[in-house]
Design a protein around this ligand. Structure first.
Ligand code: UD1
Length: 376
């Protein structure tokens, strides 16, 4: 009798996935060190993100092993990209059977791999389940809802996520509140990030703010992008800003002929450690990213989120995050509060303790033991 499958296939596709998968890989290695029955796993990169600055540099910074497969799907419309992952991942899973597919986050690869696995009757675990912005015009919200409906094991970061899932009829036995895996990686890498020096000269000039901007709702709409560029230019008069520019945003700025103010320093997308180094020392962060809302809360850095809603309300309730939307008046007013030393104070939410991956792996180990493979 011989085991037919790897225990797990872990999926990573786009930039925000890599920090989460790194926490799981680390926890799996730790588990396997002392285990009678190591958990075997393959790491599959869908290739949704492919530039070195969006993918390769993260693997290096986070000490992730090279993926066992890269499906090379690349960019496209939502349908093209999702369909390409669906087809390529189905083939990969047929060639390399797994007992459980583990997806993270809310990108198109997350949804496509969950769907491909379920159609092959392979159970799915979703790490970072239950987050909801309640805005279905966000592509990620659609990905979250569908992935959670398909998943057999749902690993949530906080109580609010559990409630969202219960409200949507997910059986409570499937829900495991294990905490925030992305914060595992942040805490693990924080010391190393202090030791990178790429932006020393920029930082030596004095206090600065950091900006990240890439949501389609902010950058694809010309009027919104112009408005944001204008108000950020005003902010930069008082506090120099650094904008690591996402390829989507770079393309839109060029297409609309929008020039950013001189005191906004624009760079290519940053590696994980460069970004963490800059985040930790920023006076304030302007962002529309989900992950950055969490990272700033973990670091205790004021965060002004340029969106009307967030799927991470715990960062507003307990952390340093304030939703300011895209109205210049609100942005100016919130920035003035920060300059006056009246930014939201916050503390790390429960289970943002660096051990979320360990808790996930414990549940996975139990699940694998309870669902012994039919051997061939
Ligand atoms: C995707 C995720 C989003 C996540 C973001 C982080 C979905 C629906 N969206 O959005 O949730 O916050 O990643 O970055 O999955 N491009 C490059 N090089 C790359 C990757 C992309 O130049 O390595 C360019 C391409 O022109 C592409 C565009 O960026 O068309 C957008 O990439 P895509 O993966 O479609 O969506 P993101 O905006 O990155």
């Amino acid at each position: 009798m011989k085991s037919a499958s790897t225990h797990l296939t872990l999926v990573a596709g786009a930039r925000p996935n890599f920090m989460k998968v790194a926490a799981l890989v680390h926890a799996l290695h730790e588990h396997n060190r002392g285990a009678n029955t190591p958990i075997t796993f393959r790491l599959v990169h869908t290739g949704q993100h492919y530039d070195r600055s969006m993918s390769g540099s993260f693997f290096e910074d986070l000490g992730l092993p090279a993926p066992d497969a890269n499906l090379g799907v690349g960019s496209g419309t939502h349908a093209q990209q999702t369909a390409a992952v669906l087809v390529a991942f189905e083939q990969d899973l047929l060639a390399h059977p797994a007992r459980l597919v583990v997806v993270v986050g809310d990108v198109n690869s997350t949804l496509a791999c969950a769907l491909a696995a379920k159609k092959l009757c392979v159970p799915v675990a979703h790490v970072e389940a239950g987050l909801r912005s309640f805005d279905r015009s966000m592509p990620e919200e659609v990905n979250r809802i569908v992935t959670d409906q398909l998943s057999d094991l749902l690993f949530t970061p906080d109580e609010g996520a559990d409630e969202n899932l219960r409200r949507e009829g997910v059986p409570p036995a499937r829900i495991h509140r294990t905490g925030n895996v992305m914060i595992d990686t942040l805490l693990r890498q924080r010391e190393r990030a202090r030791d990178v020096h790429r932006f020393d000269a920029f930082k030596a000039r004095g206090p600065y703010g950091l900006v990240t901007l890439h949501r389609p709702s902010n950058v694809d709409d010309e009027a919104t992008l112009r408005r944001l560029a204008q108000v950020l230019g005003e902010v930069a008069e008082e506090l120099p800003l650094l904008l690591p520019c996402h390829p989507r945003t770079k393309a839109r700025l060029q297409a609309y002929g929008i020039r950013l103010a001189e005191r906004i320093t624009v760079t290519e997308p940053l590696s994980y450690l460069d970004m963490l180094n800059l985040l930790a020392d920023a006076r304030v962060v302007f962002t529309d990213s989900g992950g950055v809302q969490e990272e700033t809360t973990a670091l205790g850095v004021p965060c002004l989120t340029l969106r009307a809603s967030t799927e991470r309300p715990v960062t507003v309730r307990l952390g340093t995050n304030v939703l300011v939307g895209t109205d210049p008046e609100r942005i100016r007013a919130a920035f003035a509060q920060v300059l006056a030393g009246r930014a939201a104070q916050g503390a790390a939410p429960p289970l943002w303790d660096g051990r979320a991956g360990e808790r996930v792996v414990r549940v996975l180990a139990d699940w694998l033991a309870d669902h012994a493979e039919e051997t061939v």
